[in-house]
Design a protein around this ligand. Structure first.
Ligand SMILES: Nc1ncnc2c1ncn2[C@@H]1O[C@H](COP(=O)(O)OP(=O)(O)OP(=O)(O)O)[C@@H](O)[C@H]1O
Length: 374
């Protein structure tokens, strides 16, 4: 059995209420999904995960597994599996004994213990070194053991806190794929914590982007990348060029005006936008095209990356929102063959349907179909 997790207006405080880390957070995590808490260091991801696990007290609101309120249920009765960044496997037990440990603890019969252990060791691909001690395993192998040990008990919920952060780049990709495959195969509701946006995009069914203990947006990776709910999400996930702009509106015809006389006709802007309203426009590096007019820029740097060429530019006018004057765009080498060199002057125009438009304080999207909670 797997479960839905309902987090309802949950509050976390320290120091007798003098420090509020999570001011009142709500999320619904679906049965069987891999749900990621993503955000910068200190935003409260681990705190929330520890509340779900039962390691942290809850100062307000409630957490439910299906209909059952678990606030006061101790960790060992919540039936959760956990994997953390530091493996936490027992050094004096063999791989097989480590995996079997949770089953012994639950007093399962010997025969069933052996069957389940063997099955899970095959799934996680650690069967061939079952008799080894952990000190003779690589980091990736140790994390596979930790994963096997967490799921062999058939938990209702799997909680993972930065499980890949001690591994090198190649292993991170390999193990994250293993986690994803196994999570899908066993269909266990999983809450996954990371500060690595690429990892979150690659592994998740849905992501909650957090900042300062507050959920900024919830949605599928593609939705969050292409339609961020505010400037924070747009810059935390992937790169965004933030450009000052304003709205030009004649009846239902809406345009975005940018520096250098650049204008973009938009058919997906909110009906609330007003003529002359100042805005901030976010343009991904792949959403700029070379044009005859638009944002004037000088190329500072070019890096050939095989499939793409990555360019840093300095805008000639004062067009960048916030501080700085640099921009970034990429060219797909398969699609375009214009050679651009440092020092070249050019015009960049954003692709109309792709860009995102926000209120000038960066807090709210002005695109019609953006969902804060997906
Ligand atoms: N025992 C404590 N007393 C006071 N403040 C705490 C305590 N534990 C955590 N915090 C604060 O709570 C906030 C959230 O911490 P948390 O570890 O949940 O962040 P995180 O998003 O998981 O960050 P990281 O990725 O660095 O682990 C931080 O500002 C931290 O300083």
């Amino acid at each position: 059995m797997s479960v839905e997790i309902h987090i309802d207006n949950v509050v976390k405080q320290y120091d007798n209420g003098n420090i509020t880390v999570i001011p009142g957070l709500s999320l619904d995590i679906k049965d069987g999904e891999l749900f990621t808490l993503l955000g910068p260091s200190g935003c409260g991801k681990t705190t929330l995960l520890r509340m779900i696990a039962g390691f942290n007290s809850i100062e307000g609101g409630e957490i439910r597994f299906n209909d059952e309120v678990i606030n006061d249920i101790p960790t060992h009765k919540r039936n959760i599996g956990m994997v953390f960044q530091n493996y936490a496997i027992f050094p004096h037990l063999t791989v097989k004994q480590n995996v079997e440990y949770g089953l012994k603890f639950r007093k399962l019969a010997r025969q069933e213990r052996a069957e389940r252990t063997e099955e899970i060791m095959n799934v996680v691909k650690i069967a061939s070194y079952g008799d080894r001690l952990p000190e003779r395993l690589s980091g990736g192998q140790q994390q596979r053991v930790a994963l096997a040990r967490a799921i062999v008990i058939h938990p209702h919920v799997l909680l993972m806190d930065e499980p890949l952060s001690n591994l090198d780049a190649k292993l991170r990709i390999e193990i994250r794929q293993t986690i994803r495959d196994i999570q899908k195969e066993v269909g266990i509701t999983t809450v996954y914590v990371t500060h690595d946006q690429e990892e979150a995009l690659a592994i998740s069914d849905r992501i909650a982007v957090m900042k300062d203990g507050i959920v900024q947006q919830v949605g599928a990776p593609r939705a969050i990348y292409s339609r961020p709910a505010n400037v924070f999400v747009s810059t935390f996930i992937g790169h965004s060029n933030l450009i000052n702009g304003s709205i030009s509106r004649r009846g239902n015809e809406k345009q975005v005006l940018l520096g250098g006389g650049s204008r973009v006709v938009m058919d997906n802007l909110s009906d609330d936008v007003k003529d002359g309203q100042p805005i901030v426009v976010s343009v991904r590096p792949e959403e700029f095209v070379l044009a005859d007019s638009g944002l004037a820029a000088t190329v500072v740097n070019s890096t050939f990356l095989g499939q793409y060429v990555h360019y840093t530019v300095k805008f000639n006018d004062d067009v960048v929102w916030g501080s700085g004057s640099t921009g970034v765009f990429v060219q797909d080498t398969g699609a375009e063959d214009v050679i651009i060199n440092p020092g070249d002057r050019l015009y960049l125009a954003p692709k109309a349907g792709k860009i995102n438009v926000f209120t000038v304080d960066g807090e709210q999207s002005l695109i019609k179909d953006v969902k804060k909670y997906g």
